[in-house]
Design a protein around this ligand. Structure first.
Ligand code: F6P
Length: 334
């Protein structure tokens, strides 16, 4: 192995830069050459490559986003697109590819691997919805961002004795909502994994008010829209946070505000935990390739880094923690 390539793909996540830095410097340390692929699989098809040196990755450890940029590529979904991507890698004499991203990235890598390109995946997504790792790069920072927002919302919610609905990201998973709802002290947490009855959510808010709570915070995962029972006979279909907020306002008669945190959750300097995860997984990806490992993703379980074949990883689901869910319900008592 003489030259490896590295790319980031899918939604960006804080800590991706720290992972790029670790891959590049660990590879250089072992005498490998490194090529950076800009704009994910789109850039792979178009040969958007540049040489990565130690200085290329200087001063990026603390930055959110990804210096390699990220993009969605419809062309890569086609056989022709993947053939072009492989040809680019061969033309640049790339011997192996490290991809940093979520399940979509791993699917893309596994398709390239099936065509003969050795690949290693590093999990990075704020959604934390990858079955083969306990934590993905970016989740911790995103949760800290949400917690910071909830703290601030709580201040004003108390002053005005209001109910706040905070919609968080997570695509079709409720991990961000559950972690931040539990640690942010939300009255209710609505996630796609669990059906909820909006009337019960409202009754809890009213009960809390009667018991002397000065405000209520409901954390809603963006994907929770399909799991609402009895929302006046219909399912939420879009603008989940807004619909939940409207219904709470109508049912309780309380002054209610809705905040959609949106892409703020994807930005910012990575936390120490995300930097550590990115740094150790980035370095490990190079070790795995040098040791002959192929077509695997890395995962962290406790403090152990696991190496899991693509097929297994993609078949694994990341379940929500029912323990956390139940605990949140207990601790948010009126
Ligand atoms: O997967 C990360 C994520 O931020 C999800 O939480 C969210 O649903 C989605 O990406 C948003 O995608 P986009 O940046 O394309 O709007």
């Amino acid at each position: 192995m003489r030259r490896i390539a590295v790319l980031t793909s899918g939604g960006d996540a804080p800590g991706m830069n720290a992972a790029i830095r670790a891959v590049v410097r660990k590879a250089l340390y072992h005498g490998l050459e490194v090529v950076g692929v800009r704009r994910g699989f789109h850039g792979l098809i178009n040969g958007d490559f540049s040489e990565m040196r130690s200085r290329t990755v200087g001063d990026i450890l603390q930055r959110g986003g990804t210096i390699l940029k990220s993009a969605r590529s419809d062309e890569f979904r086609t056989e022709e697109g993947r053939a072009k991507a492989l040809l680019q890698l061969r033309t640049y004499e790339v011997d192996a590819l490290v991809g940093i991203g979520g399940d979509g990235t791993f699917t893309g890598l596994s398709l390239l691997a099936a065509m003969g390109m050795p690949c290693v995946g590093i999990p990075a997504t704020i959604d934390n919805d990858i079955g083969s790792t306990e934590y993905a790069i970016g989740f911790d920072t995103a949760c800290n961002t949400v917690i910071d927002a909830i703290n601030k919302i709580r201040d004003t919610a108390t002053s005005h004795e209001r109910t706040y609905v905070v919609e968080v990201m997570g695509r079709s998973a409720g991990h961000i909502a559950l972690y931040t709802g539990l640690t942010g002290g939300a009255e209710s947490i609505l996630i796609p994994e669990v059906e909820f009855d909006i009337r019960q959510v409202c009754q809890k808010i009213m009960e809390g008010s009667r018991a002397g709570k000065s405000h209520s915070i409901v954390v809603v995962a963006e994907g929770a829209d399909s799991r609402c029972l009895a929302s006046q006979g219909e399912l939420f279909t879009d603008g989940c946070g807004y619909r939940v907020g409207q219904q709470i306002a109508e049912y309780t008669g309380f002054d209610t505000r809705i905040i959609v945190l949106g892409h703020i959750q994807r930005g910012g300097a990575p936390s120490a935990r995300d930097r550590m995860l990115a740094t150790t997984l980035g370095a490990k990806a190079v070790d795995v390739l040098l040791a002959g490992g192929r077509d695997v993703v890395l995962g962290i379980w406790g403090s152990d880094i696991k190496v899991i074949p693509f097929g297994e990883s993609l078949a694994m689901k990341r379940p929500y923690s029912s323990d956390y869910y139940d605990l949140a319900a207990i601790l948010s008592m009126p």
